[in-house]
Write a protein that binds this ligand. Structure first.
Ligand code: NAP
Length: 245
């Protein structure tokens, strides 16, 4: 499926990014783990190597053009190709509309949307030349449904779906597919920060009656990252327990 493919995963060392990296590594991919925290990234890559995966840690901020260009350069120098890019790095800065600060809006849009744009632009240059690539953007169900208190986050994730469709159209002739996975509510550090009452309220809205796991998301990404998904592009795959249909 992804044997010997070279995969860049942003926000790789924790949560969903970590599960995605482990899933790709488990199927034989070589991993370029990118994260803002160098210590966590190095520690995660040491774990990957200990289990026999070829992997490299790249410290980088997805909002900084030089870091992103460097990430692709290092991947290419180390493994000669870039087959898969997973734009997973993301943040929240929740507040109700009237209270949302300009900085909260800018920070979330910059990491979640501009970061994906910068990484896609850099990786797509290599993928287009290779005439092969898989780009997977990690969006969110709230980009489809909206969510009170998350104007910035919902706008960034809805924007990511537009970026997905536009890049899919542009890159199709080079055999590069671009898709998004829109997770529902997933049990990670991000959702652990919510009060228990809010978590129970969320679970009650989900037909499958549970929060998702990071592995649920990783399994969907693994399929879209594989050669077998080659006739799928510009799509948003909801992995949300049926919460949005
Ligand atoms: P997480 O546990 O907070 O992990 C996010 C990772 O991204 C962290 O390792 C973080 O590094 C890194 N990161 C943040 N800003 C970065 C930047 N500017 N450059 C490079 N790396 C950066 O989040 P998660 O819950 O796994 O979420 C992963 C993705 O899934 C996000 O895009 C999120 O929006 C999306 N998602 C999550 C859920 C959910 O329920 N958890 C639902 C829908 C969508 P530091 O920790 O060092 O800051």
């Amino acid at each position: 499926m992804v044997q010997d493919k070279v995969a860049i995963v942003t926000g790789a060392s924790r949560g969903i990014g970590r599960s995605i990296s482990l899933a790709l590594a488990g199927q034989g991919a070589k991993i370029v783990a990118v994260d803002i925290d160098p210590v966590a990234t190095e520690a995660f890559v040491a774990e990957l190597k200990a289990q026999g995966t070829e992997a490299i840690a790249v410290q980088g901020n997805v909002t900084v053009t030089e870091d992103v260009e460097n990430m692709v350069k290092v991947a290419k120098e180390t493994f000669a190709r870039v087959d898969i890019l997973v734009n997973n790095a993301g943040i929240t800065r929740d507040a109700l509309l009237f209270r949302m600060k300009d900085e909260d809006w800018d920070a979330v849009l910059t990491v979640n949307l501009k970061g994906a744009f910068l990484c896609s632009r850099a990786a797509a240059k290599v993928m287009a030349k290779q005439r092969y690539g898989r780009i997977i953007n990690i969006a969110s169900v709230v980009g489809q449904m909206g969510n009170a208190g998350q104007a910035n986050y919902c706008a960034s994730k809805a924007g990511l779906m537009g970026l997905t469709r536009s890049n899919a159209r542009e890159l199709a002739k080079r055999n590069v597919t671009v898709n998004a996975v829109a997770p529902g509510f997933i049990a990670t550090d991000m959702t652990d920060a919510l009060p228990e009452a809010k978590r129970q309220e969320l679970a009650a809205q989900i037909p499958l009656a549970r929060l998702g796991s990071a592995d649920d998301i990783a399994n969907a990404v693994l399929f879209l990252a594989s050669e077998q998904s080659g006739y799928i592009t510009g799509q948003v795959l909801g992995v949300n327990g049926g919460m949005y249909m």
